[in-house]
Design a protein around this ligand. Structure first.
Ligand code: AMP
Ligand code: MG
Length: 418
């Protein structure tokens, strides 16, 4: 009997996948549309931050030298020659020995070099008693002290969160060049499938994978379109792929990749591009398809993942291979989810030579560490227990048993909350 071919390891398959993922041309977006994306340009400011010298507190603009002898017992009294509010359109000026009432953010008048905070004065209107000296520059925000004209504000590759968007707005940029969200198309294949909302007749199965994978891809940062269901029919699948391909940066199908008489995915794909179907040393998720489709005349190569149809297999496959690919398209450097070490609350047998992904519930112990228990059996059709899980346990290829009380690697399935 011929020896079974060596399976591709998870790491080997991931390397093949990532090698086959290119990049998408940057696009210009308005600030809030750019949230969560990576900057694709070096942004240099052509304005200073702050734009002009202004008051850091409500108080009185003075020359520091005029109040150097002020004290609680012997306040210095200065005439108040005007009021400056935030939004003052022109710069006022004042002579030596005088003062002006000034609001936080208002421009410092020419002739003044400090602001006396309201609290150390008698809050006078026509004249003001100052109860302590101030340093030159005290309570003054200098033009350009935050960012001078011509300085680099943000570099290419910067992640655009709330603070970075605020900075871009502050320097007058309302649009920026970013790495776009990849457009991901999700297709469920299977003649047994029906759309949610219909009552299944005997033998029919409601399509949950297209929701699972659309939500997962969106969570990973993609711009998702859920195409829905295509039956196990070679020409229908071919039609759908051909018509949808031009509008996608990545395709995900589920179903029809295992060895079975009705598996038409492989056949349809072979007419549109090159997709390799391989067995990966993992459980669940052993059969994996990955390759590229080439829309006719476009010269483009659209990566496609053909994931197994069992919901748990689809989720595990997504986490192992598709999420890192989406993140690579986004330009992210860190492609993997963070893992934690948790104490296994039960003994878990595992098959040697396979990387096992088990669903679990991760608990935070009062001591600060984590513990984890399994949820659901090993069946990859168990949707309810998949919904009860908040993490995946990762049991390495060479491990045959995780003994209760020992540590195991866990991937918390945290929502990105984008
Ligand atoms: P397949 O990979 O097509 O052989 O499907 C394996 C199992 O997953 C079968 O029991 C299918 O009915 C089920 N399945 C396939 N696609 C889906 C889907 N989109 N939603 C829910 N279950 C599915
Ligand atoms: Mg099927």
């Amino acid at each position: 009997m011929a020896e079974a071919p060596r399976l591709r390891t998870v790491d080997e398959h991931l390397a093949v996948v990532l090698d086959g993922i290119g990049s998408i041309d940057p696009i210009e977006l308005t600030l809030l549309d750019a949230q969560g994306l990576l900057l694709a340009e070096n942004v240099v400011t052509d304005v200073a931050l702050p734009g002009f010298d202004n008051a850091a507190m409500d108080g009185y603009a003075v020359r520091a030298i005029d109040v150097r002898d002020a004290s609680e017992a012997n306040p210095v009294v200065l005439p108040v020659v005007g009021d400056i509010a935030a939004g003052a359109k022109s710069r006022s000026g004042m002579g030596p020995g005088l003062s002006m009432r000034i609001m936080t953010g208002a421009p410092i008048p020419a002739g003044a070099d400090a602001v006396v905070p309201l609290e150390v004065t008698d809050a006078g209107v026509a004249k003001v008693a100052v109860h302590r000296p101030v340093r030159s520059g005290e309570c003054v925000r200098r033009a350009g002290e935050d960012l001078p004209v011509g300085a680099g504000a943000l570099g290419a590759g910067a992640a655009l969160g709330p603070q970075q968007l605020a900075l871009l707005a502050a320097i007058g940029r309302d649009r920026v060049l970013v790495r776009p969200r990849p457009r991901v198309l999700v297709i469920s294949t299977g003649t047994e499938l029906i759309d949610v909302g219909r009552k299944p007749a005997f033998g029919e199965v409601t399509d949950s994978n297209s929701y699972l994978l659309s939500a997962a891809a969106r969570d990973a940062g993609a711009d998702v379109r859920r195409y829905g269901i295509v039956p196990d029919d070679h020409s229908q699948l071919l039609d759908v792929l051909e018509s949808q391909l031009l509008r996608a940066d990545m395709l995900i199908t589920t179903g029809g990749v295992s060895v079975g008489a009705f598996d038409v995915v492989k056949q349809a794909l072979s007419e549109l591009g090159t997709v390799d179907f391989v067995n990966v040393a993992m459980n669940p998720g052993k059969p994996q398809g990955f390759g590229h489709l080439t829309p006719s005349g476009s010269g483009q190569n659209v990566p496609i993942f053909c994931l197994p149809g069992n919901p748990v297999s689809a989720l595990v496959s997504f986490e192992a291979f598709v999420r890192p690919a989406v993140r690579k398209l986004l330009g992210k450097r860190n492609l993997q989810r963070a893992t934690v070490q948790a104490v296994a609350l039960e003994t878990i047998p595992s098959r040697s030579g396979r990387r096992e992904f088990r669903r679990g519930v991760l608990h935070r112990e009062a001591t600060g560490g984590y513990s984890v228990s399994l949820v659901g059996g090993s069946g990859s059709h168990l949707i309810a227990s998949m919904a009860a899980a908040n993490c995946l346990l990762v049991i390495d290829e060479e491990v045959t048993e995780v003994v209760a009380g020992s540590r195991v690697t866990v991937i918390p399935l945290l929502l990105a909350n984008r």
